[in-house]
Design a protein around this ligand. Structure first.
Ligand SMILES: NC(=O)c1ccc[n+]([C@@H]2O[C@H](COP(=O)([O-])OP(=O)(O)OC[C@H]3O[C@@H](n4cnc5c(N)ncnc54)[C@H](OP(=O)(O)O)[C@@H]3O)[C@@H](O)[C@H]2O)c1
Length: 236
C-alpha cells in the first residue's frame, strides 16, 4: 500500500527535500504550501500532488484535511516543517518585543497544533502513523543553558523558544498517542543553507531532510517522543 505523506512548507528548502526523498521511496508526498503558484511549481517538479496549506489559517487547514480525506482516505505521515525565523537582528532578548514572539508562534507553534489536530483523525486511520516535528538544536534548553553552550551567541528569543515549545508539544502528543501506532518525534536538521538563514548554513537542505525522512519512515520498533538528529539523540 502506497504511503501518503503531507509535508508543510514543502515548496522550498528542507521541506522540498523531504518531499523529494520520500517520493523517491515510493511515498505519495503531498506538497503543502501557502502560495499556490510556488506550491504547484514545486509539486510539478516533484511529480507529486499539491495542497494549499497556510498553517496559520485554521479554515484552510481544515479544507486541506478534507481534501486529503476525499482523495486518499487516510494519512500515514505528517511532517510539520513550515516555520519562519523572524528578524535575525532580534538576538537580544530584552530588545525583542512580545509581538515578535506572538507573530512567530502563530506559525512555528500554533500552526503545528492546528495542522496536527486537523490531520490526526486521518493519521489514526493509518496502520503506522508518523508525525515529525521539524525542531532545531536552538530549541534545546539543556544545550542553551550549558556553560559551554555552542549556541551562546544565538539568543534568538522568539525562534529558539518557539522550538523549545515545539519540543514540549512533541513530547505531549507522543504521550497522548503512546497506545496507538502513531509515533511523534522531533527532528534537528542541523544548520542548513536555506532561505531561512540567508543560506549561511554549512549543510545542504538534502542533508537536513535526511533525519526527517528517517523519522517519517520508522518501523514499529522505532522511538516515539524523541529528539533526534543524524548521529542520535539530542538533550531536551
Ligand atoms: N535551515 C536550517 O539551518 C534549520 C535549522 C534548524 C531547523 N530548521 C527548521 O527546518 C524547517 C525548514 O526550514 P528551512 O530552512 O527549509 O526554511 P525555508 O527554506 O525558509 O522554508 C520554510 C518553508 O516554510 C514555509 N512557511 C512559512 N510560513 C508558512 C505558513 N504560515 N504556512 C505554510 N508554510 C509556511 C515557507 O513557505 P514560503 O515559501 O511561502 O515562505 C517555506 O516553504 C523549519 O521548521 C526550520 O525551523 C532549519
Amino acid at each position: 500500500m502506497t504511503k501518503i505523506a503531507l509535508i508543510t512548507g514543502a515548496n522550498k528548502g528542507i521541506g522540498y527535500e523531504i518531499a523529494r526523498l520520500l517520493a523517491g521511496q515510493g511515498v505519495t508526498a503531498i506538497v503543502g504550501a501557502r502560495d499556490e503558484q510556488r506550491g504547484r511549481a514545486a509539486a510539478e517538479r516533484l511529480g507529486q500532488p499539491y495542497v494549499r496549506l497556510d498553517v496559520t489559517d485554521e479554515d484552510g487547514v481544515a479544507a486541506a484535511a478534507k481534501w486529503i480525506e476525499q482523495e486518499y482516505g487516510r494519512l500515514d505521515i505528517l511532517v510539520n516543517n513550515a516555520a519562519i525565523a523572524g528578524d535575525p537582528a532580534q538576538a537580544v532578548p530584552s530588545a525583542t518585543p512580545a509581538r515578535a514572539l506572538r507573530d512567530l508562534y502563530e506559525t512555528n507553534v500554533f500552526g503545528v497544533v492546528t495542522v496536527t489536530n486537523a490531520m490526526l483523525p486521518l493519521l489514526r486511520t493509518s496502520p503506522a502513523g508518523r508525525i515529525v516535528n521539524m525542531s532545531s538544536e536552538l530549541g534545546s534548553l539543556s544545550m542553551a543553558a550549558g556553560a559551554d553552550s555552542p549556541f551562546a551567541e544565538a539568543t534568538f528569543l522568539a525562534y529558539n523558544s518557539s522550538k523549545s515549545a515545539l519540543n514540549m508539544i512533541t513530547v505531549l502528543y507522543a504521550r497522548e498517542l503512546k497506545d496507538t501506532p502513531i509515533k511523534v518525534n522531533a527532528a534537528n536538521p542541523g544548520y542548513c543553507a536555506t532561505d531561512l538563514n540567508g543560506h549561511t548554513g554549512f549543510r545542504t537542505a538534502e542533508q537536513g531532510a535526511a533525519i526527517a525522512v528517517k523519522l517519517a519512515t520508522l518501523d514499529e520498533d522505532g522511538p516515539t517522543g524523541a529528539y533526534l538528529q543524524d548521529d542520535g539523540v539530542l538533550p531536551w
